[in-house]
Design a protein around this ligand. Structure first.
Ligand code: EZ4
Ligand code: CO
Length: 402
């Protein structure tokens, strides 16, 4: 079975997505997500100009060989643009293989290891009182785990705080917004938020928090220690992770579990973190870490070192990525938790899908392949719009890390 056509579709049904659609001479097609928030067109060009010409005529059954061909053949290894492009090809080929076999992709990955995929949602609000109301809504819908984010008193805007009842979307149209950050105000505030939520909801609801790379290792250690009485399920991205050895310092001081990796694009970004058992959950995703094939490799390495999966699942990961993630989540032995933020109605129109949410669990469909598609006609009604994630500065104007 040969690949006969490959199209890159950039669309903005509420937010931007880059999607690859592969067609074959046997009439079977597959889809893959290639969205890189704020840098979408770079991946679209990488695919259209440098990958699509290499795919035409290739055997669609050769998933691993195609992965190695694109990864090793480029000479310039790794990087978010390259790996998102490879991910899209890999995901689309798994979709095709499932359809050819007449099986959902999770069956090709070894079959189910659990009944459903436990997910967490984002509870967020400006104040702690409002947050309690939002958490209550998640509990009522059956969620077993919620991420807690609030505004920080004294700061005008805080990244990752959405408006309850709306679709989560931190990227804003036009140029990047600038926000002011204060580590001191933040570290003072967060433990009180956790205390209030624990008191109201008891010991069994899993509570998470995303630090968005804002702290140094010793500051992160202090945060972890201060949250220990409220037993967080994890704190995420406590520091940026280019320096993997930096996590040793956090580990020396706190038993609060650590989750890292939504910006990672290869196994080499987390090899030391995993091998030295410096983290508890690896948050790499299908679209940003080289597709189903490479993410499975990361999860297999993690399994050897008691590290579980905790894949990123924000709204900039398209329904195609989410569907692929669910098949992998269902099959691997060391699944931990999956992030889940429902997409907007426009996004759902462009990406018809058959995964379902029930009582805190997501279920991939039993359809052959991934169980998700791209409606190209619907996508054409939503042209690309430039949008960027915000940047942060300290109170004195210094640029501050993600
Ligand atoms: O910043 O998806 O855990 N979720 C997050 C998200 C990410 C965005 C980046 O594109 O941190 O808000
Ligand atoms: Co995050």
């Amino acid at each position: 079975m040969r690949i006969t056509a490959a199209r890159v579709v950039v669309s903005c049904p509420g937010r931007n997505f880059v999607t690859l659609k592969l067609e074959t001479d046997e009439g079977v097609h597959g889809v893959g997500d290639a969205t890189l928030n704020g840098r979408e067109l770079a991946v679209a060009s990488y695919l259209t100009d440098h990958v699509v010409p290499l795919l035409i005529g290739r055997d669609a059954a050769r998933i691993e060989d195609t992965w190695q061909y694109l990864y090793q053949g480029a000479y310039w290894r790794r990087g978010p643009v390259t790996m998102a492009a490879i991910a899209a090809v890999d995901t689309a080929l798994w979709d095709i293989k499932g359809k050819v076999a007449g099986l959902p992709v999770y069956q090709l990955l070894g079959g189910r290891s659990r009944d459903g995929v436990t997910v967490y949602g984002h509870a967020s609000a400006e104040t702690t009182d409002q947050l309690l109301v939002d958490v209550e809504g998640f509990v009522a819908r059956g969620y077993k785990a919620v991420r807690l984010q609030t505004g920080i008193p004294g700061l005008a805007a805080t990244y990752g705080v959405g408006t309850p009842g709306t679709t989560y979307e931190p990227a804003k149209a036009d140029l990047p917004e600038e926000a002011v950050w204060s580590t001191e105000r933040y570290l003072t505030h967060v433990p009180a938020v956790f205390e209030a939520v624990r008191k109201e909801f008891g010991p069994h609801l899993r509570l998470l928090h995303d630090v968005h790379h804002r702290l140094t290792p010793i500051e992160a250690a202090r945060l972890g220690k201060s949250l220990e009485p409220y037993t967080p399920y994890w704190i995420e991205d406590p520091v940026r992770a280019e320096l993997q050895a930096g996590f040793r310092l956090i580990r020396q001081h706190t038993t609060t579990p650590l989750a890292v990796g939504e910006v990672f694009n290869s196994i080499w970004d987390c090899e030391q973190l995993i091998r030295e058992q410096l983290i508890d959950f690896i948050r790499a995703t299908v679209v940003h870490a080289g597709g189903i094939s490479h993410l499975r490799r990361i999860f297999d390495l993690a399994a050897l070192y008691h590290v579980r999966s905790g894949s990123h699942g924000a709204t900039d990961l398209s329904p195609v990525c989410l569907a692929a993630a669910l098949h992998l989540d269902l099959a691997i032995p060391n699944f931990g938790l999956q992030e889940y933020l429902p997409h907007s109605a426009e996004t759902d129109t462009v990406f018809p899908h058959s995964y379902t949410f029930e009582d805190g669990y997501l279920h991939p469909s039993e359809e052959p392949g991934l169980g998700v598609d791209l409606d190209e006609e619907a996508a054409a009604a939503y042209p690309y719009r430039p949008a960027y994630l915000p940047v942060n500065r300290l109170e004195d104007g210094t640029m501050h890390s993600w």
